[in-house]
Design a binder for this molecule. Structure first.
Ligand SMILES: Cc1cc2nc3c(=O)[nH]c(=O)nc-3n(C[C@H](O)[C@H](O)[C@H](O)COP(=O)(O)O)c2cc1C
Length: 376
């Protein structure tokens, strides 16, 4: 199967197969953004399970309150991250890259900062925040870095049709791309040409008034031109259709757009694959071979192989099925499909994440009250 053959991402980093474990928040970091032994154990498990590359949960580039979310906002976080990469590389033959994120303020009072509220100074400091965090990631021993341009966060909203800024950062798509371009340029300068620098973006926002695949394709093309080493295509995750709950901060994964990010069992298999396929066709036609990665409701190795054989994507990201059984890749490769604890796309993992609780698969719960992942 092509799925299990080695793959070199943009001539820079060879990984053991075409499987990515994309970012999945674990809530195993401390509230100050530090790694814990449990968090390291989790990532080592994903690596041992056989995913070619593991992208970590979103890691904040900025010093700000963020619950249990990792940070690379100061040099003080380097030693902890180094412990993570050392154990990961010592105990697995997979690769690991952090996803780095900038996000806006949101409060239980219902207040939500938008990109339209940011001052010019606040915007102008963002490229350096990404660049310094990426530089720290390289020092800490990661194999690459992924820029988070998807879902509900700052760069995604700058790229979006929801960006109504009147200055050079808003309005037309060309202007909305400016900050994203400046972040790529600053980050590339900080990490060097030989370091894997990927991006995750939305193929479609699936929210009224937001971007569709028309804008998604244009954004991807610009990101390919800027020399990103891969484009990982996600979808949705917007605040605009989120379901408000009194006394709680608005959760961008509660509405339809949010459900497109983490498609539940009532959505079809491969529901977002066409977004990656269209983006791949667009950039290839323009002469770019930037690898395109797809995600969302790809349950089995057969479906993943079919995506690769159809040329719909260059790599396949498998999130909840690898959370359910970190040995999903190895067990398939070794013909042990019947031993896999299969994801049922119930989204209890997502509910835990939204409630700031440790993210596990509910199928790990034993009758005696203990919780543990399935056997290798
Ligand atoms: C609990 C949870 C946390 C997630 N955290 C992130 C994240 O930090 N960054 C990101 O880009 N995607 C995140 N995702 C989305 C996944 O990377 C993936 O795109 C999505 O789950 C669809 O893939 P799947 O159907 O294989 O699970 C998260 C998903 C879940 C379920």
């Amino acid at each position: 199967m092509k799925l299990f053959e080695p793959f070199t991402i943009n001539s820079k980093l060879t990984v053991n197969n075409h499987i990515m474990m994309p970012p999945v928040v674990t809530r195993l970091a401390t509230t100050k953004g530090e790694v814990t032994d449990e968090l390291i154990d989790r990532y080592v498990l994903y690596g041992q399970g056989g995913a070619g590359i593991v992208v970590t949960e979103a890691v904040s580039v900025k010093r700000q309150k963020s619950g249990q979310l990792l940070r690379l906002s100061e040099d003080a976080f380097i030693p902890g991250m180094q412990q993570l990469t050392e154990r990961f590389h010592g105990e697995t033959d997979s690769r690991i890259a952090p996803q780095i994120i900038h996000f806006l303020k949101i409060a239980r009072s219902g207040y939500r900062q938008t990109v339209n509220d940011l001052t010019l100074e606040e915007i102008q400091e963002i490229p350096e925040l990404f660049a310094r965090a990426a530089e720290r990631a390289r020092i800490a021993g990661f194999d690459g870095v992924e820029l988070h341009y998807a879902h509900a966060y700052t760069i995604a909203y700058m790229l979006s049709r929801y960006n109504h800024r009147k200055d050079e950062y808003g309005g037309s798509l060309k202007k909305r791309l400016l900050l994203a371009e400046q972040v790529v340029e600053a980050t590339r300068k900080a990490v060097g040409d030989d370091f894997l620098l990927g991006v995750r973006m939305n193929g479609d926002e699936f929210a009224l008034g937001g971007n569709s695949l028309i804008q998604g394709k244009a954004i991807a093309l610009r990101l390919a031109e800027l020399g990103l080493d891969y484009i990982s295509v996600s979808a949705g995750g917007k605040f605009e259709d989120a379901i408000p709950v009194e006394g709680e901060a608005l959760d961008p994964y509660t509405g339809y757009s949010g459900h497109r990010s983490m498609p539940p069992k009532w959505m079809p298999e491969k529901v977002n694959v066409y977004l990656a396929a269209e983006i791949k066709r667009t950039i290839n036609k323009a002469g770019f071979n930037t690898p395109v990665i797809t995600a969302g409701r790809i349950p089995t190795a057969e479906v993943a192989e079919n995506v690769l054989q159809n040329g719909e994507a260059d790599m396949v990201a498998i999130a909840r099925p690898i959370l359910a059984d970190p040995y999903w890749p190895k067990k398939y490769q070794e013909g042990r499909e019947n031993e896999i604890l299969k994801c049922i796309y119930c989204n209890k993992c997502r509910e835990a994440e939204g409630a700031f609780e440790e993210v596990t698969c509910f199928q790990w719960n034993r009758k005696d009250g203990s919780t543990s992942p399935p056997n290798p």
